[in-house]
Design a protein around this ligand. Structure first.
Ligand SMILES: *Cc1c(COP(=O)(O)O)cnc(C)c1O
Length: 390
C-alpha cells in the first residue's frame, strides 16, 4: 500500500474548497436554484440574484465595481477576449502590441494569432531574476502602440511584476494595459481603485474554485471598449454571449469571499512553510532558486538541482506531486521556456522543479517534503558525484 504523493502543485490547480462545493450544489437541481438567470420569472430572478452576489464578492476582492466583471470560461478565455477584443476594437489607432516572452501560453498564443492578422508584437525579455525593467517597456513604445499585456505573477517562478509603475506610465500615454492575474488573485492584494490597469484576467481554479470559470475585468472609467469573441443571446452587455453558468459563478464568488476572509492569515502561514522549505533546500550544494526571492509570492519555489539528470530527479521525487516545468507544458520534452528566457541553461532547466503551496498544505507535508528532498537529492548525488564550485 502506498500513500498518495504530497500535493505541491497549487499553481497548476487547487482543490475546490469544501465550502465552495457546498454552495455550488445549491444551484443545480430542481430543489435548488436552476433557472436561467435571464428569465423573468422567479426561477430566473433567484439565479440572477446569486450571480449579482458572486460579482459583488469578486468586485470586493479586487476593489472594482460589479458591472466591470465579465464572466468567462476561465483565464484562457478572459485573456483571449482582452487581447483580441482590444486589438480588433482599437486597430485603427495602431497595430503594435507589447508583451513579454515569459507570459502564459494563454497570452502568447493569441498574440501569435494577432501577428497572423497583421499586428506587430514586441516581446520583452525579463532580467535573470524574472523581472521586467520598466525602462525596457517604455523604450519599446511607439506611436502605433495600442496595448501592453504583462502578467502580474508568473505561474512558473512566482515573481511579481511592478504593474503599478508600468500602468501609471502607460495611462499617461493613453495606452491600454492588460494584466493576466490568474496567479495573483488571492496571492497578492489587488486594488483596482488604485492600480492603473484596464483589463485583468482571472481564473477560479487557481483560487479553490471550480475549473471552467473565470472573469475579465473591463474598466469603465476610463472606459475600455472590446470587440466580442462570441455572438449570441447578447448576455453580459453583448461582450460575452451565452447562458451564465450559475453554479460555476456562485463557486467563483464563494471562493473570492473565502479568500478575502482568509487572506492575511493564509499568506503568513504559507510564507512560513515556504521559508522553512527554502532554508533546508538552500543548504544543499548546487541547489539554486530561479526567479527573484523577494519580489515573489510565498506560494512558490522553483529550484534547479545541478549535477542531477532531469529524468532521474522526476523518478526520485515521485512521492511529491510537483511540476517539473509548467503543468501546461509537461506534455512536451522541451525544458521550460520561462527558465530558458531568464538565462537558465537547458541542462539545468531540465533538472528544475516547481513547488507550489496552498491552503491545504500542512506542517507535516513540509516536514515530509524536506525529508524526501534531502534524502533523494543526496542519493542521486551519491550515484554521480557532484563537484560543487562554491
Ligand atoms: C492557469 C493560468 C491560465 C489559464 O487559466 P484557465 O482558467 O485554466 O484557462 C492563464 N494564465 C496563467 C498565468 C495561469 O496560471
Amino acid at each position: 500500500m502506498t500513500a498518495d504523493p504530497i500535493y505541491l502543485d497549487y499553481m497548476a490547480t487547487t482543490p475546490v474548497d469544501p465550502q465552495v462545493a457546498d454552495q455550488m450544489s445549491g444551484y443545480l437541481t430542481q430543489q435548488g436554484v436552476f433557472g436561467n438567470p435571464a428569465s423573468q420569472h422567479c426561477y430566473g430572478r433567484r439565479a440572477n440574484v446569486a450571480i449579482k452576489q458572486a460579482a459583488d464578492h469578486l468586485a470586493t476582492l479586487i476593489r472594482a465595481q460589479p458591472r466591470e466583471i465579465i464572466w468567462t470560461s476561465g483565464a484562457t478565455e478572459a485573456n483571449n477576449l482582452a487581447l483580441f477584443g482590444a486589438a480588433r476594437f482599437y486597430q485603427r489607432q495602431g497595430r503594435h502590441i507589447i508583451s513579454v516572452i515569459t507570459e502564459h501560453k494563454a497570452v502568447l498564443d493569441p498574440l501569435r494569432q494577432l501577428e497572423q492578422e497583421g499586428f506587430r508584437v514586441t516581446y520583452l525579455t525579463p532580467k535573470t531574476n524574472g523581472l521586467i525593467e520598466v525602462q525596457d517597456l517604455i523604450s519599446q513604445l511607439t506611436r502605433e502602440t495600442i496595448l501592453v499585456s504583462i502578467m502580474q505573477v508568473n505561474n512558473e517562478i512566482g515573481v511579481i511584476q511592478d504593474i503599478h509603475t508600468m500602468g501609471e506610465l502607460l495611462r499617461e500615454r493613453g495606452i491600454l494595459f492588460h494584466v493576466d492575474a490568474a496567479q495573483s488573485l488571492g496571492k497578492v492584494m489587488i486594488d483596482l481603485q488604485r492600480l492603473p490597469v484596464d483589463l485583468m484576467a482571472f481564473s477560479a481554479h487557481k483560487l479553490y474554485g471550480p475549473k471552467g470559470i473565470g472573469a475579465l475585468y473591463v474598466r469603465r472609467q476610463p472606459r475600455v471598449r472590446l470587440q466580442p469573441l462570441l455572438y449570441g443571446g447578447g448576455q453580459q452587455h453583448g461582450l460575452r454571449s451565452g447562458t451564465l453558468a450559475t453554479h460555476q459563478i456562485v463557486g467563483m464568488g464563494e471562493a473570492c469571499r473565502l479568500t478575502n476572509q482568509y487572506f492575511d492569515q493564509e499568506y503568513q502561514r504559507i510564507r512560513r512553510l515556504r521559508d522553512r522549505l527554502w532554508q533546508t533546500l538552500q543548504a544543499i550544494p548546487g541547489v539554486q532558486c530561479n526567479g527573484d526571492l523577494k519580489q515573489r509570492v510565498p506560494h512558490n519555489l522553483n529550484v534547479s538541482v545541478a549535477g542531477v539528470e532531469g529524468e532521474s530527479l522526476v523518478l526520485a521525487l515521485r512521492d511529491l506531486a510537483l511540476s517539473t516545468a509548467s503543468a501546461c507544458t509537461t506534455a512536451s520534452i522541451e525544458p521550460s521556456y520561462v527558465l530558458r528566457a531568464i538565462g537558465v541553461s537547458s541542462e539545468l532547466a531540465h533538472s528544475s522543479i516547481r513547488i507550489s503551496l496552498g491552503r491545504f498544505t500542512s506542517e507535516q507535508d513540509i516536514d515530509r517534503t524536506i525529508a524526501v528532498l534531502q534524502q533523494q537529492i543526496g542519493w542521486l548525488r551519491s550515484l554521480t558525484p557532484f563537484e560543487y564550485e562554491g
